[in-house]
Write a protein that binds this ligand. Structure first.
Ligand code: ZN
Ligand code: ZN
Length: 421
């Protein structure tokens, strides 16, 4: 769509923020009476943070603790800190958050920072800082990927992000546009968004259940620049929509969500694949990614934009070159149909089928009670310090399910579900 088109969601920005906050607390987190919430957010997301805090206390939260990050402060580090500073991360903070989760707190994150904040900064510093941050985040990433607690991510429009998505509009109008786009993508513009989310979850559960019945051994993606076979992990489970965390609370980890997803086999991915949308990773934009897989591992990687960042990310650890997630999203998803390129993974991954490099979700595996990391790995679930989703689906992408004998069942033709599903 032209980037100067005006978007109207039918809600005022203030009313939309209030509703988004209510859906984030009630549907996203489903906060339990007496539960603490650890909230992380960009400083510019303050209006949404305040509304989430109000709705959380109304829903019975005992304490909401917010940790803000500020893009300007991040840039000041790149401008002024000594070069030796970039291997440092706030390990103490992540350890503290992990302790909070272990003692029962829920995790709420607000997305919305500038997706290209670090463009123009030294790639070596970016990758060192990102590696240090990934290592520091390990304890919290483990809790989240094992789904120990209820958690959710929602998004706030911020001026820097809005300027990137709507470069032809004045700042105020761009910001308003982005809020409306977020409200529509987050399915909160109807009369009863909490009830509509129940229906949306039921639809996603039905699709995941059907894929679980079909029990494919592999998926095959075919499209321009893509012929990729993704073997699925032994005892993989398809997930989608709301699900129950190990603390017994059913939550929606992503607002919005349009995907059904599962665990690929870390050793069984072969072929080549080209990305269909740019991707923002920790402040850097990557675009035109083309990679080749052999026996699960990326053997060749190129990108039209951000190639050196991509290659540094792939060096993070052994698991960074292998897949931890494969997800199916129809081309007709409302986010895709909006025609807006959000340049934020929370939205763009829900407009397109995608794969993720790195860590797998334990939730997307069957029979994982008391399972050892070695057994998980032997069944094909990947582990890594990173989890990076990137988009490979479009209206020109078709997907087949392959059973153990290699027979092919069409799942998506030209980006849309077939009747099999
Ligand atoms: Zn996904
Ligand atoms: Zn993912």
């Amino acid at each position: 769509m032209p980037t100067n088109t005006h978007i109207a969601s039918g809600l005022s920005v203030a009313a939309g923020i209030d509703r988004l906050a209510e859906v984030a607390v009630r549907t996203g987190l489903n906060v339990r009476e007496g539960q603490q919430i650890i909230l992380t957010a960009p400083l510019d997301a303050l209006p949404l943070v305040r509304k989430i805090t109000e709705h959380a206390y109304r829903a019975g939260a005992s304490l909401v603790t917010t940790l803000f990050n500020d893009d300007e402060a991040t840039l000041a580090r790149y401008r002024l800190a000594p070069d030796s500073a970039f291997d440092t991360a706030a390990t103490w903070l992540n350890n503290g958050m992990a302790e909070g989760f272990r003692s029962g707190a829920a995790r709420m994150a607000i997305a919305g920072g500038n997706p290209s904040l670090l463009s123009g900064q030294n790639p070596d510093r970016i990758s060192r800082a990102s590696r240090a941050a990934s290592i520091a985040r390990r304890p919290t990433l483990e809790i989240i990927t094992a789904f120990e607690v209820n958690w959710s991510i929602a998004a706030a429009a911020t001026p820097a992000w809005a300027a990137l998505v709507f470069p032809d509009l004045p700042e105020e109008e761009a910001l308003e546009n982005l809020w409306h786009a977020i409200f529509m993508a987050s399915r909160i513009t109807g009369d009863d968004p909490v009830a509509e989310w129940k229906q949306h979850n039921a639809n996603l559960h039905k699709r995941a259940d059907r894929l679980n019945e079909l029990r494919f051994a592999a998926l095959h993606f075919s499209g321009p620049g893509t012929e990729l076979t993704v073997g699925l992990a032994d005892g993989h489970r398809w997930c989608g929509g709301s699900s129950e965390a190990r603390n017994g609370i059913t939550c929606n980890p992503n607002i919005p969500t349009e995907e059904v997803f599962t665990t690929p086999h870390r050793l069984k991915v072969d072929g080549y694949v080209r990305s269909t949308k740019p991707l923002s990773y920790q402040g850097s934009l990557l675009d035109g990614i083309q990679v080749r897989f052999k026996d699960g591992q990326i053997t060749e990687a190129h990108a039209e934009k951000g190639e050196n960042i991509l290659n540094k990310v792939l060096e993070t650890d052994e698991g960074a070159r292998r897949l931890g997630e494969v997800a199916l999203v129809p081309h007709s998803s409302p986010i895709s149909q909006s025609g807006i390129l959000f340049q934020d993974t929370l939205f763009d991954e829900n407009a397109s089928s995608h794969i993720a490099l790195g860590q797998a979700y334990t939730e997307c595996m069957l029979d994982t009670d008391d399972i050892s990391p070695e057994t998980l790995s032997a069944r094909g679930a990947n582990s890594s310090l990173i989890h990076i989703d990137w988009m490979i689906g479009s209206g020109e992408t078709s997907v087949w399910g392959l059973d153990a004998s290699g027979a092919r069942v069409p799942l998506m033709i030209s980006g849309e579900w077939t009747e099999t599903l």
